[in-house]
Design a protein around this ligand. Structure first.
Ligand SMILES: Cc1cc2nc3c(=O)[nH]c(=O)nc-3n(C[C@H](O)[C@H](O)[C@H](O)COP(=O)(O)O)c2cc1C
Length: 268
């Protein structure tokens, strides 16, 4: 259990830890102090207590790096809605890449952002496999294409057959890296989508382009043999993206329909 308790030298009994977490913090009336109690080791280490204690009075062990910076109290001071909106709306799927690997340090930056994505009950079971070997990506692309051709109706598979004959990679678009999220925790189906989305947005700040590859996800999640033999992944595949330096440039944001919403009419 990484939360060890409260440092009473620092604590001023403000009870914000209880506000952060009513499960494991309580006020001990007799001693007139807050106490942390988790006899069954159920605390999921979400760290809200650490983050909310102004006096840094929560004691913890081995929970990973703890960041603190001025804007953490109000992240809206870091980026305006207008900038964020432009940034998000300009996020496009990239399907053309420079023949250049992304340096390890840059991919690590993307992964470092992904780790801040929320997960159900703060369970951190997601695993990531990055394939960067050109031949391996080509092989994976071919078997994914073959699997799609074998399982789809002829009208759908026609384009894949044509592309395959012409040596065109319609799965990974000759991307330098394929990133696969996997684990054996079914809850990670949603967690991985959130983490990958964080990473894809972060990638855009680093001049990188990305694209979801649902086609590879579909084949890898349903075909154990391909998954294990070619990617070496055991367990379930929850998401696949490609990542690299883009060659495609977009000059405008395509139109998108508004999300049909109920419940706004009565609001001011
Ligand atoms: C879950 C999901 C799966 C996708 N799978 C593929 C895919 O297999 N191949 C591909 O080229 N694009 C894929 N895409 C990209 C979509 O086609 C793309 O997001 C959509 O056309 C909107 O374009 P934009 O991302 O540029 O806004 C996928 C997107 C999502 C969200």
């Amino acid at each position: 259990m990484p939360i060890l308790g409260i440092d009473y030298e620092k604590c001023n009994n403000c009870q914000i830890c209880y506000n952060a977490c009513t499960r494991y913090f309580r006020r001990d009336k007799e001693q007139n102090k807050m106490v942390f109690e988790d006899p069954n080791n159920l605390c999921d280490s979400c760290g809200r207590c650490i983050a909310m204690c102004k006096l840094d009075a929560i004691m913890y062990e081995n929970i990973g790096e703890i960041l603190t910076f001025e804007e953490v109290q109000d992240p809206s001071t870091l980026i305006s809605y207008e900038s964020m909106h432009k940034f998000m709306s300009a996020k496009r799927s990239i399907r053309g890449f420079k023949k250049k690997k992304v340096p390890k340090a840059v991919l690590e930056k993307v992964l470092d952002t992904m780790k801040y994505a929320p997960t159900g009950a703060n369970i951190r079971t997601l695993r990531c496999t990055i394939i960067s070997d050109e031949d391996k990506i080509k092989k994976l692309s071919e078997v994914v294409m073959d699997a799609i051709i074998a399982s789809s109706n002829p009208r759908y598979s026609e384009n894949f057959i044509k592309a395959k004959k012409r040596g065109i990679d319609t799965i990974f678009y000759n991307a330098p890296h394929v990133m696969i999220f996997h684990s054996s925790n079914p809850g990670d189906a949603m967690n991985s989508t959130i983490a990958l989305t964080y990473g894809m947005l972060c990638a855009q700040t680093l001049g990188l382009g990305t694209c979801w590859i649902g086609l590879a996800h579909g084949v890898l999640s349903s075909n154990k043999e391909i998954r294990e033999k070619i990617t070496g992944i055991h367990g379930n595949v929850w998401g696949v993206i490609i990542i690299g330096y883009p060659t495609q440039i977009y000059y405008r944001v395509p139109p998108r329909p508004a999300i049909k919403t109920k419940g706004l009419d009565n609001l001011e």
